[in-house]
Design a binder for this molecule. Structure first.
Ligand SMILES: CC(C)(COP(=O)(O)OP(=O)(O)OC[C@H]1O[C@@H](n2cnc3c(N)ncnc32)[C@H](O)[C@@H]1OP(=O)(O)O)[C@@H](O)C(=O)NCCC(=O)NCCS
Length: 318
């Protein structure tokens, strides 16, 4: 696999910590010191479909390829207002794509899961050019009367185009059942025969437990992948980690013993955008010219499930 295009799109609406402190029992200093987040973007007048489209078009332009040349579209999305059809189906015609598509829910690790699947399609010759779109609106899962979860998230979309190549040095995805620490339960229609009372709930999160799982799982993924690929943390130029909490990244960084400059972040501006967080960061670094030809990138993410994933990539200039 080789990444040949990146794109991202964020809603215009900027929501500061102080704005949240206007209706929640929280403060700018609590949110900054506990999470690193200063502002987040939230969908207000637009839709997730538009955001996903903009990110995908930007990735196609960056790859200098038309939608009609794409052989598969994979969309990573935890939930949006449509249960069916999939977000990728909704976008397909607008993007000019005439190929199969599907959505996957790998929670915040969805981008790494999508890369893993794309690599298999490329290896078996099922596809040559694949468009991966990660589009998320986690702010719509939260209870906005509760300070514990609503301050953490932001909406956004990131996308990449991948083609055949030798730049994926290694990839690892994992899953384990810890469904009680992070979940969001929506309602379904009742049938005349349905006798089970199911309680729905906005996003539930046991913050400390998720924190602990995130740090240990991410460290395990990174260490395992480095061992498999016979590289050390010194050999890695940049660590693009899921942008959930600056303190989680700090814990991982301390374990790896690497300088802060190797851990670019943007959660200060966007909060946790779920599976979109790494492709948004990748697009920013690419467009700012911060990805040197031949640079070694370690990507690592974790999310509800508990699922995790890491990928080691050699960057070639697009
Ligand atoms: C959520 C998180 C920021 C909380 O930070 P923490 O240091 O673990 O804080 P705690 O949960 O121990 O809470 C400390 C106190 O702050 C309070 N608090 C929680 N949210 C608050 C907020 N937004 N503003 C002010 N106080 C808050 C708690 O009620 C608690 O008060 P108490 O001591 O009186 O009981 C942190 O646990 C975290 O980031 N976890 C991982 C979340 C994550 O990454 N989720 C997405 C995974 S993809």
């Amino acid at each position: 696999m080789r990444i040949i295009g990146t794109g991202s799109a964020l809603p215009d609406k900027i929501v500061t910590n102080d704005m949240l402190a206007g209706f929640l029992d929280t403060s700018d200093s609590w949110i900054r010191t506990r999470t690193g987040i200063e502002t987040r973007r939230m969908l207000s007048t637009g839709t997730l479909r538009d955001l996903a489209y903009d990110a995908a078009m930007s990735a196609l332009e960056s790859a200098n390829i038309r939608g009609s040349k794409i052989d598969y579209v994979i969309c990573s999305n935890v939930a949006n207002s449509y249960v069916s059809p999939s977000l990728s189906s909704i976008l397909l015609n607008r993007l000019g794509c005439k190929c199969p598509c599907f959505d996957l829910n790998g929670a915040c690790a969805g981008f790494i899961y999508a890369l893993d699947i794309a690599e298999s399609f490329l290896k078996t010759g099922r596809a040559k050019n694949i468009l991966i779109i990660c589009a998320e609106e986690p702010t719509r899962f939260c209870n906005w009367h509760e300070r514990e979860t609503s301050v953490l998230f932001g909406d956004g979309a990131g996308a990449v185009v991948v083609t055949t190549g030798n730049n994926l040095m290694g990839i690892r995805v994992t899953a384990d059942t810890h469904t009680d620490v992070l979940y969001y339960k929506r309602s379904m229609e009742r049938t005349p025969y349905d006798r089970v009372e199911e309680r729905t709930t906005p996003l539930v999160m046991i913050g400390r437990e998720v924190f602990r799982l995130a740090v240990s799982a991410s460290i395990k993924d990174i260490d395992t992948l480095m061992k498999q690929c016979k590289v050390t943390s010194e050999d890695i130029d940049l660590f693009l980690l899921h942008q959930a909490n600056l303190r989680i990244i700090e814990n991982i960084r301390e374990h790896l013993g690497q300088p802060k400059e190797k851990f670019p972040t943007n959660m200060q501006h966007y909060g946790n955008t779920s599976s979109a967080s790494i492709p948004i960061l990748l697009d920013e670094l690419h467009k700012e010219g911060r990805l040197n030809d031949g640079a070694t990138l370690m990507l690592s993410a974790f999310g509800g499930g508990f699922v995790t994933g890491a990928a080691l990539i050699k960057w070639s200039q697009i």
